[in-house]
Design a protein around this ligand. Structure first.
Ligand code: ATP
Length: 296
């Protein structure tokens, strides 16, 4: 009996191994080629602005009792006339300024108290001020993610449609600022590629694509939106098209939040946003919102 039993044992072991590898192959087949991006965490990523007042250097209040909850994963457009306090609100949301009274919290923690690493993970503010270091393209990008592979770096640039990287004499090894100088538009795309690599939960865009020509700006914004799908995006909107496309619109007037709602809700409400929309709309017979020059 011993011989056949030994053989049987070997068969069973082989069968178990075969079942295990089949299960692994089945498992692999079940894993989508691209992992779906984790959804925003409704608790950790919730941004709350509560009764915020803010003044620069003891001057007059430029934000006056602003209350706002930004829902995780939503795209919020902030509009208002020049000097209304849009960029100031953006700086407070990014933890660059502290409110004089009231609070700005992310997941319940005051945003200005987050450690630099945690802040980078949570909220990134992108303005038209960008920094290109006198270094290689690779090192310029790795500022955002020190262990990023070349594939990831190319992926981030390509995701933004920055095809110019292929024309650089030494690709990622090209020294920028010395050997090759990047024009404003390319520098802006380099800076946005850093954001893609940092992959923050919330992105605040304040004239982030201002240096790009309108067509490239629209393409870049679309690429950025695709890359950051599922993330919270707060866009300081200088074009009504941006407000029209957002989930909700916040309207600031002289430091106060005077309206908050969807484009349709605000148009129906007949307030300042509706007036702005109507004045722009009335002047365009072809009703193409992209032709509108600016909301501010
Ligand atoms: P714009 O659309 O023109 O950029 P905004 O709505 O973004 O305007 P803010 O830039 O937030 O408005 O400015 C709000 C107010 O705060 C303005 O009166 C502005 O002059 C003032 N302000 C902005 N930055 C500073 C600063 N660093 N020091 C002092 N006052 C400032």
């Amino acid at each position: 009996l011993v011989g056949p039993l030994d053989t049987l044992t070997i068969w069973v072991e082989q069968l178990q191994a075969a079942i295990a590898s089949y299960a692994r192959i089945e498992g692999l087949a079940d894993v989508p080629r691209e992992e779906p991006r984790p959804a925003a965490d409704p608790v950790d990523d919730r941004i709350e602005v509560a009764d915020v007042r803010f003044a620069y250097d003891g001057g007059r209040d430029v934000l006056r009792g602003v209350d706002l909850v930004v829902r995780p994963g939503e795209r919020l457009a902030v509009i208002g006339t020049s000097g209304a306090g849009k960029s100031t609100l953006a700086r407070l949301l990014a933890g660059l300024e502290r409110p004089r009274t009231g609070s700005v919290t992310v997941g319940g923690t005051p945003v200005a108290d987050l450690s630099p690493d945690r802040l980078r993970e949570q909220v990134v503010l992108v303005t038209q001020d960008h920094h290109v270091f006198h270094d290689t393209v690779r090192d310029n990008l790795r500022v955002a993610k020190p262990d990023a592979t070349d594939e990831e770096l190319h992926g981030a640039l390509e995701a933004l449609g920055a095809r110019w990287i292929k024309d650089l004499p030494e690709g990622l090894d090209t020294e920028v600022g010395t050997v090759v100088s990047l024009d404003g538009a390319r520098a802006q795309q380099l800076s946005l590629a850093r954001v893609v690599l940092a992959d923050p939960h919330t992105l605040i865009l304040d004239e982030a694509t201002a240096l790009l020509d309108p067509t490239t700006a629209r393409e870049t914004e679309q690429s950025l939106a695709a890359v950051l799908r599922g993330r919270t995006v707060i866009a300081i909107a200088h074009r009504l098209q941006t407000a029209h496309d957002a989930d909700r619109v916040a309207v600031l007037e002289a430091g106060e939040l005077v309206e908050l709602g969807t484009h349709d809700e605000l148009v129906d409400a007949g307030g300042p946003y509706a007036a702005l929309w109507a004045s722009w709309h009335g002047g365009h017979d072809d009703q193409d919102p992209r032709r509108e020059p600016g909301a501010t």
